[in-house]
Design a binder for this molecule. Structure first.
Ligand code: NAP
Length: 334
């Protein structure tokens, strides 16, 4: 980690390196002895990432709401990857009460040492729904549950020499708004806006966590990634929700552009394993409109790097989750 850089938000142009396309999963290297948790990995991009990590020798924990789905997904990886070390745990991220227990179970499975947490689980375009704690559901699952899980897993993460948290956002974060006062209880509700806002929150959380770790001189790196446009249930429900399934030719054209979950997991894998990264960086596919292509560092919207907004979101998330982050002292750099 290049000290001194991560305190400053990389900014919208950050270390953007378009055209750097020479990356393939082989470069993830040997991950034997490393432990990882991937949320929302019973299917879709998360499941594909688990398989990549397991192929490289990591011990991976699948986290998803249904324990039965998690066990089935773990079995499927073991059948495809010889000697894969894959376990599973159940947790509905919209239920804040389930998170401490899930974190405890994960900590047990990884013997107290967690190298990598990938906050990937996501919901999109739901009709207005609230979690048990009264938070809008996209905000609750896509951001708040992950904030709480990260906080509860910090002791295990900080027990390893180079811990990393990867937050999965979307190119659609560009359409998200910062509405710092009530992101959890929006007055006007539009289901796609709620998704875009939550994907913007993923990037603000990445910067908040990066700054939090840097000012405490902790080795933790928080990186963001997005998968592009992907043929998963979330991807196709997105096309349905905007009515594209009725426009056969446009749909056909779009389907030639989107990629499969296995390739879509590459930016996440690169964010998880690239040795020389700086906190707050953002990986995505390098092709046109970032829909597909090999993973590169990509640009985030300026408002996704706004320090004030990141701080406000951090404070609100602490209040709503009951402060799962240990109160480690901030260093003089703050
Ligand atoms: N697909 C795309 O085109 C696209 C584009 C940009 C970004 N992304 C992002 O990529 C990530 C993965 O998306 P995907 O396309 O792979 O979606 P997906 O196929 O719909 O899978 C979503 C995963 O999240 C889990 N999940 C849903 N609600 C949850 C909850 N309350 N608690 C815990 N886990 C929950 C699901 O578990 P169950 O199976 O048990 O429901 C599933 O494993 C998301 O963050 C999404 O925003 C996707």
């Amino acid at each position: 980690m290049s000290e001194g850089r991560s305190a400053d938000l990389p900014g919208p142009w950050g270390r953007w390196r378009a055209g750097n396309t020479g990356w393939s999963p082989a470069q993830a290297g040997d991950l034997s002895g490393r432990t990882a948790v991937v949320t929302g990995s019973s299917r879709g991009i998360g499941a594909a990432l688990v398989e990549h990590l397991a192929r490289h020798g990591a011990h991976v924990i699948i986290l998803c709401p249904s324990e039965a789905h998690g066990r089935a997904a773990a079995r499927a990886v073991r059948q495809r990857v010889t000697a894969a070390q894959v376990d599973s745990a159940g947790c509905d991220l919209s239920q804040l009460g389930q998170i401490p227990e899930a974190a405890e179970r994960i900590t047990g499975l990884v013997a107290g040492r967690l190298d990598l947490l990938v906050n990937n689980a996501g919901v999109a375009a739901l009709p207005r729904t609230y979690s048990a704690a009264g938070c809008e559901m996209h905000f609750a699952v896509n951001h708040l549950g992950h904030f709480a899980l990260t906080g509860h897993l910090l002791p295990a993460l900080l027990n390893t020499p180079q811990p990393r948290v990867v937050n999965v956002s979307s190119v659609l974060h560009w359409l998200g708004r910062c509405h710092p006062l009530r992101p959890h209880r929006p007055r006007i509700y539009q289901r796609w806006m709620a998704y875009f806002d939550s994907k913007l929150a993923n990037l603000l959380f990445t910067h908040g966590l990066s700054t939090w770790a840097h000012t405490r001189h902790l080795p933790l790196r928080a990186i963001a990634a997005h998968p592009g446009l992907v043929n998963t249930s979330l991807g196709s429900s997105a096309l349905h929700a905007v009515g594209l399934h009725r426009q056969a030719r446009l749909l056909e054209w779009m389907q030639t552009r989107w990629h499969c979950p296995s390739q879509a997991a590459w930016p996440l894998l690169r964010a998880a394993t690239e040795p020389h990264v700086t906190g707050g960086e953002f990986f995505g596919p390098g092709g046109r409109w970032e829909w597909s292509g090999p993973p590169v560092l990509v640009r985030a919207a300026r408002r996704a790097c706004a320090r004030r907004a990141a701080e406000r979101l951090w404070q609100l998330s602490q209040q709503l989750t009951g402060c799962p982050f240990p109160s480690l002292p901030a260093g003089p750099g703050k």
